[in-house]
Design a protein around this ligand. Structure first.
Ligand SMILES: Cc1cc2nc3c(=O)[nH]c(=O)nc-3n(C[C@H](O)[C@H](O)[C@H](O)COP(=O)(O)OP(=O)(O)OC[C@H]3O[C@@H](n4cnc5c(N)ncnc54)[C@H](O)[C@@H]3O)c2cc1C
Length: 482
């Protein structure tokens, strides 16, 4: 069993240049995931656009998704109705349907081979107490046709219905195709990490490791915003860790998700079944291997073929379940797309349309729905399943990791007044790193499944030698770095 995402198997990405000098541009997009690449696609008719990515485009959370293009998104409509009302939930539904249409039109227009398949979406409950009628009533009021159905796979299911106008695709093949479409018009720099942002009256200055970029308009599509935006973070956003796996299976030509506490998200890709779920909030004390095993045990209870790949990642949720896609009130040339609530295929594609419209001075009907400066509301947040408010508590408790032994041969120890994380490998070599996340100064915990040092507050991850794997931190934790 490989510890990697199935989407990485068939992909080769001819690498782009990395930035090694100061440059000036009109529009800079930071981040080449589903959001950033779709913004780029919609800006190929603009002059002087640049996109940078800290690694290779597409290799962030987008390469760890399940890749469904569906509007049947678990309990999202009841959650939005709880936070707002029916009208807001209906607008969100229409945005997701529009995103699917945009995806289909892009795939046709650019002749993209991304294994797109029509795939019925099933919504089901595993429990006698689960009530799908809220979703049935909501869809009926929105004039969406659904059919009561039996789940075509042998896992526990008490009630179920399906819609038939939904799709699945290969997310990385889609991104790589966008890359080749936009590269003629937009300069892409890979392995170019933005490390700081200075805001001036009529331009932004982005600092990278080997050159600065001066830009009039700036799009932040880095998943977790790589800098702290006053008033936005951290209380409006929460992170949820999820696990996924793939194994050989006859293609059932459908996808499914349930509405219960433990969520199973299922789809097929060629002759593979992909099962995801078992999400949890980040915390100071996670047994990653134990959490991953819950998913593997679930699969092994109902299926026979051995598991080929297993992977984990996290996605951002907003406190009121609506993504944040738009411009800042006090910075009309600063744009952001984040908090897709684990539905970033549709919402990333939609970000491309919304942000490019705003950048070009056009109206977009979803501008107010996804406004990023909407106020934080305790009332709306009270149903938020990711316990975001724990972040302060997590910070304090992570500090208690001082001189802690995580696992056999993995421990935290003060060396010369610096809190260090120490991993002893099979040959007995010690890998010593700083145990403090450069982003917010939380102490790191050891991830025993991926063998990484992970931040329990905001999700930054580092390898055992201190190299940064993913942000929001923009710095490594190598012992000799300042
Ligand atoms: C298990 C799981 C299953 C999912 N399944 C689905 C699904 O079936 N359907 C669906 O709609 N959604 C799904 N999602 C959600 C979806 O995968 C994400 O919301 C989406 O991929 C996020 O895209 P993004 O562009 O915001 O982020 P990313 O793909 O992470 O892209 C951000 C990019 O920014 C770059 N970057 C970061 N920091 C910097 C920096 N400082 N400088 C330069 N570049 C930087 C990164 O390298 C990365 O390439 C799932 C999520 C999870 C966790």
């Amino acid at each position: 069993m490989k510890q990697k995402s199935i989407w990485l198997n068939e992909i080769s990405n001819p690498s782009s240049d990395s930035l090694d000098k100061d440059i000036t541009c009109n529009i800079l997009i930071i981040g080449g995931g589903m959001a950033g690449m779709n913004v780029a696609l919609n800006l190929t008719d603009e002059d002087d656009v640049v996109l940078i990515d800290k690694g290779e485009v597409g290799y962030g959370v987008t390469s760890h998704t399940t890749g469904k293009l569906t509007y049947l998104q678990g309990t999202i409509y009841r959650d939005i109705m709880k936070a707002y009302d029916f009208d807001v939930a209906r607008d969100y539904l229409s945005s997701q349907k529009e995103a699917i249409d945009i995806a289909l039109s892009n795939i046709e227009k650019y002749n993209i081979d991304c294994d797109l398949e029509k795939s019925d979406s099933f919504l089901f409950t595993t429990s006698d107490n689960g009530d799908l009628n809220k979703e049935r009533d909501f869809l009926t009021k929105c004039n969406i046709k659904y059919e009561d159905a039996k789940l075509p796979i042998k896992i526990p299911c008490v009630d179920c219905f399906k819609v038939t106008d939904t799709y699945v695709f290969h997310p990385l093949k889609y991104i790589m195709a966008l890359k080749s479409v936009v590269e003629d018009k937009i300069k892409i720099y890979e392995n170019t990490r933005a490390i700081d942002l200075d805001i001036y009256e009529d331009y932004y200055l982005i600092k990278t490791e080997k050159g600065n970029i001066k830009t009039k308009k700036l799009v932040i599509a880095t998943h977790y915003p790589f800098f702290i935006i006053p008033g936005l973070l951290p209380i409006k956003l929460g992170l949820e860790q999820s696990y996924a796996m793939a194994a050989k299976h006859i293609n059932g030509k459908f996808n499914a998700i349930n509405i219960d506490k433990e969520v199973y998200s299922i789809r097929f890709y060629k002759d593979n079944i992909i099962v995801g779920g078992f999400s949890h909030a980040l915390s100071e004390n996670i047994d990653y291997k134990g959490e991953e095993d819950k998913l593997l045990n679930f699969y092994n209870t109902y299926f026979e073929n051995p598991i080929d790949e297993v992977w984990m990642t996290h996605d951002l949720k907003a406190h009121d379940y609506l993504p944040m896609i738009g411009r800042f009130d006090n910075h009309p040339n600063l744009f952001l797309a984040t908090a897709f609530n684990k539905w970033g295929m549709t919402n990333g594609i939609l970000s491309g349309k919304i942000l490019s419209d705003l950048i070009k001075g056009k109206e977009n009907k979803y501008e107010s729905l996804f406004k990023i400066n909407r106020p934080f509301s305790l009332e709306k947040a009270k149903n938020f399943t990711t316990d975001n408010f724990k972040i302060g508590k997590v910070y304090v408790e992570s500090k208690l990791n001082k001189n802690k032994e995580f696992y056999n041969k993995v421990y935290v120890k003060d060396i010369d007044g610096i809190s260090c994380g120490i991993y002893v490998d099979e040959e007995g070599n010690k890998h010593i790193v700083k145990n403090t996340c450069p982003h917010f100064k939380c102490s790191l915990i050891f991830n025993n499944a991926d063998k990484t040092w992970d931040c329990p507050c905001h999700g930054s991850r580092f390898d055992i030698d201190g190299n940064l794997i993913e942000g929001p931190s923009v710095f490594s934790i190598k012992i000799n770095d300042d």
